[in-house]
Design a binder for this molecule. Sequence first.
Ligand SMILES: Nc1ncnc2c1ncn2[C@@H]1O[C@H](COP(=O)(O)OP(=O)(O)OP(=O)(O)O)[C@@H](O)[C@H]1O
Ligand SMILES: [Mg+2]
Length: 233
Amino acid sequence: MLRLDNVDCYYGAVRVLKGVSLGVGAGEIVGLLGRNGAGKTTVLRTVMGQIKPRAGRIEMDGNELTALAPHDVARLGIAYVPQGRRLFAGLSVEENLRMGLLVRGSGGDTLDRVLGLFPVLTERMRQRAGTLSGGEQQMLATARALCLDPRLLLLDEPSEGLMPTVVATLLDTVAGLKDRGVGVLLVEQKVEAALQIADRIVFIENGAVAGEATPEELDEDPQPLHRYVGIRR
Ligand SMILES: Nc1ncnc2c1ncn2[C@@H]1O[C@H](COP(=O)(O)OP(=O)(O)OP(=O)(O)O)[C@@H](O)[C@H]1O
Ligand SMILES: [Mg+2]
């Protein structure tokens, strides 16, 4: 479904992504792991069209994304929940969600389905987003992305700052998207959490893909976890 092929990105003169190739299939959850500054967020921003690659190709179901603006990427069914959320703080919960619905022209049934996944938000529809707790804001950011009815969801550290029980709920919700055929590219610092729901892990080091393994393979041989994210199991 999503395919990056040999993507190079620069911030100014600095080459930050070096020939990155990776793919995400329909209904597949791919965990993107690597140390701070490895380039994980840059991969997601590049898919979204926020950064133009200097070389390589990005395709979604055969449509080339490489030259598209972010709103056109969103229209193709790719939703992005950036690191640190980015809600419209002055707007209500409901208004934030309706923004999501507008972009793709999704209807009220989508909103009902999404609210079913995050019941806490139904109680707060009129509250301003900026006054929600951190965990509620994360849920709202994810819910707003789901209001796009995406075929591919890009999540950048969704569990940051959340209580373990909330993390579990959020990850369950993400895992549940598989049944609808939604693909997920998940950046997550909580490596164990990523291993629980991912079908496949891609390791990125210094802007380059350094390896790939399934969670089962990492159970057998945790060496890549040590090498690329500094974790000993
Ligand atoms: N706007 C920018 N201008 C210049 N350099 C940048 C910019 N954004 C990121 N970088 C640099 O690019 C590299 C990759 O950053 P990126 O944010 O993709 O890393 P990351 O893997 O998401 O890290 P983290 O785990 O800390 O979120 C880092 O060295 C970072 O300092
Ligand atoms: Mg990041």
